[in-house]
Design a protein around this ligand. Structure first.
Ligand code: NAD
Ligand code: UDP
Length: 338
């Protein structure tokens, strides 16, 4: 039996594909190539020395999904496929609801018809909204989200909870990611954003490589030790390993499980800049700018539930995250080849 990885050629999906195969699992990958390059497929195969089926398919394509389920023996899905740019989601809400929410509905319906009732879903710390105070725990009230992207994650969590209530045979893991950064140690796989990066780490690495002149630090008047925003950065390989544990949990028992995947530690923007300089030996020029609309001062997890129930915890620290991001960026200044 195999695990279907939707969005499996993207940043988190590709690292998870590698760790799943390293753990001896069979995988099938689906991606519509909207936000990744096909060469990510070759890199995963080269790293693991294993072949696996890849389908260029959109999760909204019911017929395409049915064909994959008919052809492959799939008993569990890890569902990464989705659009993820917060700012873009404000400009294009209908595209975000269609791709993320409608796409998930089509996927779930096909799964149900094929008798596949195990799913691990990529949710986000964004569902905790603006009211809850860090450290964030899974039992806090969620939903106070401020943008369409966050709302799609919250809506999909609600859909999956209702699905479980309707049929207790489902096994559903909602994984709330904090801030994934870093890259595979080999330097052959990493984050490859299109255009100007929205997120902090790819922005820093592009300044380091000389593609961008300086980092804009969005605000230094937050209620944090140095005034810049504090986040819970997690190494993407630790995150990937959390998925291996989650699929094992889903295979063992039915239920609706929710886990934070974070380190429990908060670092400010300037902490990350300092750690990156230490890891790379490259000075990062930055300028303090006004706050970015919608940003919180502080957001970090309480990861203890995943440790207790999945036996998982993040092992890699901030300097290692920066070293690995830098290795990827410096080995691949233009990201994945076309
Ligand atoms: P990514 O864009 O690198 O990967 C997503 C992949 O899904 C891409 O390869 C894209 O081509 C594919 N895709 C998008 N829509 C699709 C569709 N309709 N059909 C088939 N494939 C489709 O993003 P990522 O950083 O790897 O994130 C993976 C998941 O984790 C996303 O759902 C994202 O919202 C969630 N997440 C990411 C972060 C983060 O900071 N990276 C944080 C929290 C949650
Ligand atoms: N940030 C920044 N400059 C950038 C990108 C991000 O100062 O070019 C800050 C942002 O304000 C936040 C932190 O870095 O405090 C992490 O932002 P990111 O967009 O990576 O993740 P978020 O937590 O917003 O999802």
């Amino acid at each position: 039996m195999a695990i279907l990885v939707t969005g499996g050629l993207g940043y988190i999906g590709s690292h998870t594909a590698v760790e799943l195969m390293r753990a001896g699992k069979e995988i099938v990958v689906l991606d519509n190539l909207y936000n990744c390059k096909k060469s990510s497929y070759s890199r995963i195969k080269a790293l693991t020395g294993r072949d696996f089926p890849f389908y260029e398919c959109d999760i909204r394509d019911r017929k395409g999904l049915e064909e994959i389920f008919a052809k492959e023996k799939i008993d569990c899905v890890i569902h990464f496929a989705g659009l993820k740019a917060v700012g873009e989601s404000v400009q294009k809400p209908l595209e975000y609801f269609d791709n993320n929410v409608n796409g998930t509905l089509v996927l779930l319906d096909v799964m149900k018809r094929c008798g596949c009732k195990k799913i691990v879903f990529s949710s986000s710390a964004t569902v905790y909204g603006v009211e809850n105070k860090s450290p964030l725990t899974e039992d806090m009230k969620v939903g106070g989200v401020t943008n369409p992207y966050g709302r799609t994650k919250y809506m999909i969590e609600c859909i999956l909870q209702d699905l479980y209530k309707s049929d207790n045979e489902w096994s559903i893991c909602l994984l709330r990611y904090f801030n994934p950064i870093g890259a595979h140690k080999s330097g052959t796989m990493g984050e490859d954003p299109n255009g100007l990066p929205n997120n902090l780490m790819p922005y820093i690495t592009q300044v380091a490589i000389g593609k961008l002149d300086h980092l804009n630090v969005y605000g230094n008047d937050y209620d944090t030790p140095d005034g810049t925003g504090v986040r819970d950065y997690i190494h993407v390989v630790d995150l990937a390993l959390g998925h291996v544990k989650a699929v094992e949990k889903a295979a063992d028992e039915s239920g609706l499980f929710i886990y934070n995947l974070g380190t429990g530690k908060g670092y400010s923007v300037l902490d990350v800049v300092n750690a990156f300089e230490k890891a790379s030996g490259v000075k990062i020029k930055y300028e303090i700018c006004p706050r970015r609309a919608g940003d919180l001062d502080t957001c970090y997890s309480d990861p203890s539930k995943a440790r207790r129930e999945l036996g998982w915890q993040a092992e890699r620290g901030i300097v290692e995250m920066c070293e690995d991001s830098w290795r990827w960026q410096s080995n691949n200044p233009n990201g994945y080849p076309d």
